[in-house]
Design a binder for this molecule. Structure first.
Ligand code: SF4
Length: 218
């Protein structure tokens, strides 16, 4: 069983529980700032590699308390609908950084509609969205900075990516050349250590962080 399957099992187990209503729809953590947390069951475009190394399947974000909150949020949205949920999110978001769509899991049709409505209600906020679902990214409001994540199992899809969407590459070996169109690189191995040269790493390159303290890769 890979990392994704283990985490999905926990998510499915918790989905059968009675959960408290969510205090907030918007999530907050020190790594991403304000964000939206989805569910792993919507990772319809995951690859074998990302399932083995998923950043969202280890650490505090994968623990039962965090997953329960994400499930409770999803239930609340399904019960209250897009308009009510988007209005609630619009009041919870404060401007001060970049709001990230999907710090865990991926988009499904409901969360695409939600994201687009939140952008309409809060056009003053900067948004980014990370996804492996290219169709979902193409359906998002142009105001959202979109990043399509690939690895060498899904590199063949990058010719379908419009210029408006950045490509992030999860580098898991030292022999696959990184295509020029790739804008963000996460060079990692399964222990979260840098793989190959750190000059490949987008976050290392920006010089604001050192590997030991960064933890922004998987
Ligand atoms: S699609 Fe993203 S959240 Fe889902 S398994 Fe892959 S890396 Fe993890």
């Amino acid at each position: 069983m890979n990392l994704y399957e283990k985490s999905l099992n926990l998510e499915q187990h918790l989905s059968n529980s009675t959960l408290a209503l969510p205090d907030h729809i918007v999530s907050q953590n020190s790594k991403t700032g304000q964000s939206f947390r989805s569910l792993l069951r919507f990772c319809s475009h995951r690859t074998h590699l990302c399932s083995q190394r998923c950043y969202a399947c280890r650490g505090p974000i994968s623990w039962a308390a965090s997953v329960s909150k994400a499930i409770a949020v999803r239930r609340w949205i399904e019960q209250n609908g897009i308009e009510v949920s988007a209005k609630r999110m619009a009041t919870e978001i404060y401007y001060g950084g970049i709001f990230r769509w999907m710090d865990r899991g991926d988009f499904d049709p409901l969360t695409v509609l939600l994201a687009n409505r939140v952008v309409e209600l809060r056009p003053d906020v900067s948004y980014c969205a990370f996804s492996r679902n290219l169709d979902a990214l193409k359906s998002l409001n142009p105001k959202i900075n979109k990043v399509y994540s690939v690895d060498n199992r899904s590199l063949g899809t990058i010719h379908q990516v419009p210029n408006s969407i950045k490509i992030a590459f999860m580098k898991t070996d030292t022999c696959t050349p990184i295509p020029k169109v790739v804008k963000i690189v996460f060079p990692i191995n399964h222990r979260k250590n840098l793989l190959g040269s750190s000059i490949d790493c987008s976050f290392f390159k920006d010089k604001r962080v050192k590997c030991a303290g960064c933890r922004r890769c998987y």
